[in-house]
Every structure is written in structure tokens, then in C-alpha cells.
Design a protein around this ligand. Structure first.
Ligand code: GDP
Ligand code: IMO
Ligand code: MG
Length: 428
């Protein structure tokens, strides 16, 4: 079972970092294949809590080779800061590999992300402001700067010049900002080259060889299915393919090498930023979920919007990603509710939908149809097997499994690595 993809099933922050970390001891490579430092993964190991952004969550496991694939957008300054902070805490980051073809987040793209959001006003996306969208736009527009360009000063200068040609017009004439200097930008980017050089690899080749040696490679998605640029709630999405197919384009590994696809899904739903969210709770119940679940962004600290579990989204994720196994997280957060609603269909202007509506306008107007499940009040944080869970918690998990289109192989009952109920072996 050598190549495994792990993605988020909802709008992010499902607990992918914890799930990756928990598998860490059994895998050889953890590859980040999309997104950048818009991601925020909190991983708890004993008394230590780590917040990871750009580095793959496998970095915390000695023995794992962490890899940043070509599909990632890399802010080298952030990368070095994150490496330094982890190294200072005793984490070995020396094995990190970075694809020569990954795109670099240039300072002007960070500025543009923030300025466009401000310009959009009420129509803003609520981005993380890290320059993610503009950097992917440059990539598609064929004016991006890649990691390998940092090692060729004249090419780099040409590329920066090309990119700034248009952007400076935009910054000055539309956004009323100062023009960005080609020299200064080139210098900043060049200053990263020396430290980056020993990490840079042909990642596709490295991973193909690892798989040929029967080593285990885990592809870790940032963001999630509903934030995917193609399959998410466009335009309220991130700018990359966060779904399982992105693991191939974002790393250079072909689809027929992938053996297993794990989606991480929260026992309720959260979302950061703008966009539709049918099961959102804007009342005291939503506030309670946010409080009990500690639902505040790892990257921007923004309060996460909260709502009940949406089985249509889980089923959609199962289909789009080809999910073989779900990891259900944060079941412990639901402890104490008398009854727990689960969305089993949408009502759109009087019509019942059992699949995500084809058009975004319908999705915006969807009201959830709920089924109700009895809750439990016992503390479940030390449960390690299904039998340790109260009967109603077991029933809730079984009901979600039936509604969601793939088996639930693990259930999270707390933030720590160890706090997991295993139902089926994820790697077996
Ligand atoms: P990611 O972006 O998908 O990696 O998720 P985040 O790290 O942004 O958010 C998930 C949060 O839930 C983190 O604070 C985790 O420590 C925490 N977490 C993960 N799994 C569980 C769980 O099963 N129970 C509880 N209580 N917390 C969890
Ligand atoms: P992890 O990996 C939750 C959201 C932002 C915004 C939209 C676009 O921790 O699950 P961007 O900066 O990517 O252009 O913002 O996507 N977003 C996330 N929401 N978790 C994330 O990552 C996210 N990464 C981006 O809030 O709505
Ligand atoms: Mg997160």
C-alpha cells in the first residue's frame, strides 16, 4: 500500500495535520502537494503543541522525509522562519526537500492579495492574505517565478521584470500604490537561493524511486474539497486543487500509483472566510460549537464559522476524491448535546436535493433538511476502541458512515496523537 493521499473533506481545518502526524511513524515520505502558508495545522504531541503552515505535518516524525511538491507555492522567508522555529524546539528539519518546479510567492504577490481583497470590499473572498491567489494566477498566466529560477540571476531578473511590467501599472494606476522595484525584488529573491539550494530536488523522480523501493509515501493536501478551485464553492475557494487528483499534478506522480485515499472530515462543519455554508449556525448553538471545539484559525486567528455535519458534502467529497477511508475528527467536541442534527438533504425553493446542486446559486439558497441523533454526555477523550464509546456515540458514527459514502476508519476523540479510536487499519 505504498502511495496514500490524505485530503480535507469540508472547508479545511478538519484535523489533517493530526491525522498525518498520527500516521507519521509508519510512512517514509510526507508530501505537501498544493497550497502554501495559507494552511494551518495544529499538531499536539504530549505537552507540546506545534502550528505548521508551509511544512508538511510529517516533519514532526523523526525518520520521515518531508517534501514540498511542485504544486505548492513557497514563500521562502516563511519557510526559513518555520524551519528556524521548529529547529529551536528540537525538531530535525534537515531532511526537507523542495521541488525545483514549485512556484515562489514574491513579495508583490503578497501585497496584491491584500490590496485586491480591500478593493473587493463586500465581495471579498476573505483570503489569508499570504499571496496565494496572485502567485497561482502568475503560474497559470506563465509569468511566475519558480524555485529553480532563484539560481539563475539573469533569468530571475527577466521574470521579475516581466511580472512587474503589468503589475506596477495595476498597483499605481488602479490601486494607488507605489511601484515595486525590479532590483529590490530580485535582490530579495536572490537572497534566499543559497539556503534553499541543498533542499532543492527533482521531486517527481525522487518519489517515483521511493515508490519503486516500496517505501510508503503520504500525500498531504492543504485546504479541502469545498475550497478546491475546480470542485469547491467557486469563487469562495483557494487557488489550487486541494482534492486527491491534485496529489498527482502537484507532485509528478501518476494516478495509477495511488493506492488509498483518505479524507478527513469533522463530526460537524466549520469554514473560515466568506462563501455559502448551508448548515451554518448563527445562534448560541454555533457559538457553543466554536467554544467547545476551539474553532479559531491556526493561520489568521479568525473565528471559524460553525454548523452541523453535512452528509451531502461528505458524499460529494467521497465521490470527487475517490475516498477509500474517512477519518472522522472531533467527535469529543459533540459530547454534551442532547440531540445532534445531521443534514441529510437540502431544500432549494421547495425542491429536495440529495446531492450538491449543480449551480452555485442553488447552493447559496439551500436550507438543510435535518435528521436528529441522540447525544451522549460521557467523556470520550480516553476511548481507543469502538467499544469504549457510549452507544449513542457509536450510533452517530455508524449513521455518518452510512450517509457519507465510505467507511470511517478512525475517529478522533481529542487533539493528541494518541486520542484516536481505530476501526480499520488505515495503512493495512
Ligand atoms: P488542519 O488544517 O486540517 O490540519 O486542521 P487544524 O489544525 O487547522 O484544525 C484542527 C484542530 O482540531 C487543531 O487544533 C487540532 O489540534 C484539533 N483536533 C484534531 N483532531 C481532533 C479531535 O479529534 N478532537 C479534538 N478535540 N481536537 C482535534
Ligand atoms: P488548512 O490546510 C481553512 C480559505 C480562506 C479563504 C479562502 C481563500 O488549514 O485546512 P487563500 O488565502 O487560500 O487564497 O484564501 O480559503 N482557506 C482556508 N480555510 N483552512 C485552510 O487551510 C485554508 N486555506 C485557505 O479562509 O476563505
Ligand atoms: Mg488548518
Amino acid at each position: 500500500m505504498p502511495a496514500i493521499v490524505l485530503v480535507g473533506a469540508q472547508w479545511g481545518d478538519e484535523g489533517k495535520g493530526k491525522a498525518t502526524d498520527a500516521l507519521g511513524a509508519r510512512v517514509d515520505y510526507v508530501v505537501k502537494f498544493n497550497g502554501g502558508n495559507n494552511a494551518g495545522h495544529t499538531v499536539v504531541v504530549g505537552d507540546e503543541k506545534y502550528a505548521l503552515h508551509l511544512l508538511p505535518s510529517g516533519i514532526l516524525t523523526p525518520g520521515v522525509t518531508p517534501v514540498i511538491g511542485n504544486g505548492v507555492v513557497v514563500d521562502p522567508g516563511v519557510l526559513f522562519e518555520e524551519i528556524d522555529a521548529l529547529t529551536a524546539r528540537g525538531v530535525d528539519c534537515s531532511k526537507l526537500l523542495v521541488s525545483a518546479s514549485a512556484h515562489v510567492i514574491a513579495p508583490y504577490n503578497r501585497a496584491l492579495d491584500q490590496v485586491t481583497e480591500r478593493f473587493l470590499g463586500k465581495r471579498k473572498i476573505g483570503t489569508t492574505g499570504r499571496g496565494i491567489g496572485p502567485t497561482y494566477a502568475d503560474k497559470i498566466n506563465r509569468v511566475g517565478v519558480r524555485v529553480q529560477d532563484l539560481f539563475d540571476e539573469s533569468i530571475l531578473r527577466q521574470k521579475v521584470e516581466g511580472a512587474l511590467d503589468q503589475k506596477n501599472h495595476l498597483l499605481v494606476k488602479v490601486y494607488n500604490r507605489r511601484a515595486v522595484s525590479v532590483d529590490q525584488t530580485t535582490e530579495v529573491l536572490l537572497s534566499y537561493a543559497e539556503r534553499l539550494r541543498p533542499m532543492v530536488r527533482d521531486v517527481s523522480l525522487e518519489l517515483a524511486r521511493a515508490l519503486d523501493r516500496d517505501e510508503i509515501v503520504l500525500f498531504e493536501g492543504g485546504q479541502a474539497t469545498m475550497l478546491d478551485i475546480d470542485h469547491g464553492t467557486y469563487p469562495f475557494v483557494t487557488s489550487s486543487n486541494a482534492t486527491s487528483a491534485g496529489a498527482c499534478t502537484g507532485s509528478g506522480i501518476p494516478p495509477n500509483r495511488i493506492d488509498r485515499i483518505i479524507a478527513v472530515v469533522k463530526a460537524y462543519t466549520t469554514r473560515v472566510g466568506e462563501g455559502p455554508f448551508p448548515t451554518e449556525l448563527l445562534d448560541a448553538d454555533g457559538e457553543k460549537l466554536r467554544r467547545d471545539g476551539g474553532e479559531f484559525g491556526t493561520t489568521t486567528g479568525r473565528p471559524r464559522r460553525t454548523g452541523w455535519y453535512d452528509a451531502l458534502i461528505a458524499r460529494y467529497s467521497a465521490r470527487i476524491n475517490g475516498v477509500t477511508d474517512f477519518v472522522l475528527t472531533k467527535l469529543d467536541t459533540l459530547t454534551g448535546w442532547e440531540r445532534i442534527p445531521v443534514c441529510v438533504a437540502y431544500d432549494v425553493d421547495g425542491v429536495r436535493h440529495e446531492e450538491i446542486p449543480m449551480s452555485q446559486s442553488d447552493f447559496h439558497h439551500a436550507t438543510p433538511v435535518y435528521e436528529y441523533f441522540d447525544g451522549w454526555s460521557e467523556d470520550i477523550s480516553s476511548a481507543r476502541s469502538t467499544a469504549d464509546l457510549p452507544k449513542n456515540a457509536q450510533r452517530y458514527v455508524e449513521a455518518l458512515e452510512e450517509l457519507s459514502g465510505a467507511r470511517i476508519s478512525a475517529v478522533g476523540v481529542g487533539p493528541d496523537r494518541e486520542q484516536t479510536v481505530v476501526r480499520h487499519d488505515l495503512l493495512g
